[in-house]
Design a protein around this ligand. Structure first.
Ligand code: CMC
Length: 400
């Protein structure tokens, strides 16, 4: 006999008043905990880390200070910040075994897949990998935050047959990353742009990758497992990889003259997604995108050539999209749209964009893991079962 379940048999899923199942597809608007890390007002383009506006942090703070703020909950004193910076500087170099691994990874792999593998391996080598105390956890986080830029920069240089450029203790975190990556000193505008980018990407509440890290941490698994999971979630084009796809989309459009035709054909007719647009929480212009846009314009004009053409395409495309039915639905520019131009103008190849996102977002992931597990409860949602039950098992040789 085969039967379907009645709603009464899954009472945890049923709204008592309507008798209908309550399904939050995509876990939309479900709060899994209280938090003091980040607040997004998606209707008014507002974002706060630990109560401080993203505009103020982008203007007055820097990646190290913002990292301290996110992990500890308050702005550091001068001494605390110096001490924190020194700790990070001392942890920048990566073990030779990780460098050997980077040399073995296929050169045509997506850099995010390299990062997932390398971070996992780094976890195997961490001296405190079995220490699950909060101090042990914090120390591992500092090590990983310090080492992820080195992994990305070294991989880029290895696959391009360039000499490794080792960390420079005199440089701050973001500048040092781009210096190791490009193999040259940076101009002031470049230092400012990369540091601001790292601040803007450091945290963003309970997004898909943060949730992934917290789900893994809630099982009492180790720190590196959580972060590897976060990298995996970030790699999807609906999330962090959107900055890669946004740049590919600008290139595919090819010219300002083609923007309107392309938008009509691909977005309005074929219903493809405009990459770098739309967000689960924002129904207004992403405040990070506003800041990225200013840097994109400055850098593109300064560089000229191909990246200026791309900036013009992006600018026209945004104008068209913001006066289209997308905007009427609340679909606006998100952070990945303009960060793509900034990264491109800084000389980072498109397929590496998402690794820059991960290098800074590891901070937010860590803050959420620390906060959630302080008073941990395993994350274990339910599904509303609509299949059959009590079916007769038929041996394989009797199946038709
Ligand atoms: N282009 C065209 N249509 C869109 C877009 C878009 N970028 N975003 C949403 N829609 C449409 C969607 O097709 C749906 O239409 P309908 O109601 O007719 O079915 C409606 O808007 C609602 O969309 P949704 O899929 O329910 O929205 P969501 O909250 O589930 O998805 C999103 C959010 C970010 C995945 C989505 O907006 C998207 O795919 N954007 C493009 C990828 C992107 O830029 N991602 C980066 C997000 S910001 C940084 C980050 O988190 O990494």
């Amino acid at each position: 006999m085969v039967r379907k379940l009645s709603p009464e048999e899954q009472p945890w899923c049923i709204d008592k008043e309507t008798g209908e199942p309550i399904i939050n597809k995509g876990v939309q608007n479900v709060c899994i905990d209280k938090s003091t890390i980040c607040y997004i007002d998606g209707y008014h383009s507002k974002l706060f880390y630990r109560g401080y506006s993203i505009e103020d942090l982008a203007k007055y703070s820097n990646f190290e200070e913002t990292t301290f703020l996110l992990l500890n909950g308050y702005l550091p004193t001068k001494n605390e910040l110096e001490d924190f910076k020194t700790k990070i500087i001392n942890e920048r170099e990566i073990p030779d075994k990780v460098i050997d691994l980077l040399k073995m990874i296929p050169r045509d792999i997506e850099p995010m897949e390299m990062l997932r593998t390398a971070v996992s391996y780094l976890g195997n080598l961490d001296p405190e990998r079995h220490d699950i105390s909060r101090d042990g956890f914090y120390n591992k986080a500092i090590r990983l935050i310090a080492k992820m830029p080195t992994i990305v920069a070294y991989f880029y240089r290895i696959i391009n047959d360039k000499e490794l450029v080792h960390p420079n203790d005199g440089m701050n975190h973001a500048e040092n990353f781009l210096y190791m990556f490009l193999g040259r000193d940076l101009e002031e505008i470049e230092k400012d742009a990369i540091d601001t980018a790292f601040v803007l990407y450091a945290e963003h509440e309970m997004n898909a990758s943060a949730f992934t890290t917290v789900v893994i941490a809630s099982t009492a698994a180790d720190y590196y497992s959580s972060i590897v999971g976060g990298i995996g979630a970030l790699r999807g084009p609906l999330h962090g990889y959107a900055n890669v796809e946004a740049m590919r989309q600008f290139n595919e459009i090819g010219s300002v003259d083609n923007v309107e035709k392309w938008f009509k054909e691909y977005i309005l007719t074929k219903k493809k997604r405009l990459m770098g647009f739309g967000h689960r929480v924002y129904r207004s212009y992403d405040p990070r995108a506003k800041i990225f846009r200013q840097y994109a314009e400055k850098l593109a004009k300064m560089r000229g050539g191909k990246i200026l053409e791309i900036f013009k395409i992006a600018n026209k495309l945004e104008e068209v999209a913001l006066s289209s039915p997308l905007a009427e639905k609340g679909i606006y520019t998100n952070t990945d749209y303009w960060s793509a131009i900034v990264y491109g103008a800084l000389g980072v190849p498109t397929d590496f964009f998402c690794t820059l996102f991960a290098i800074s977002r590891v901070v937010g992931w860590t803050a959420h893991i620390l906060e959630y597990t302080e008073n941990n409860r395993i994350i274990r949602p339910r599904l509303f079962y609509v299949g059959e039950v009590e079916k007769e098992y038929i041996p394989i040789d009797k199946r038709t």
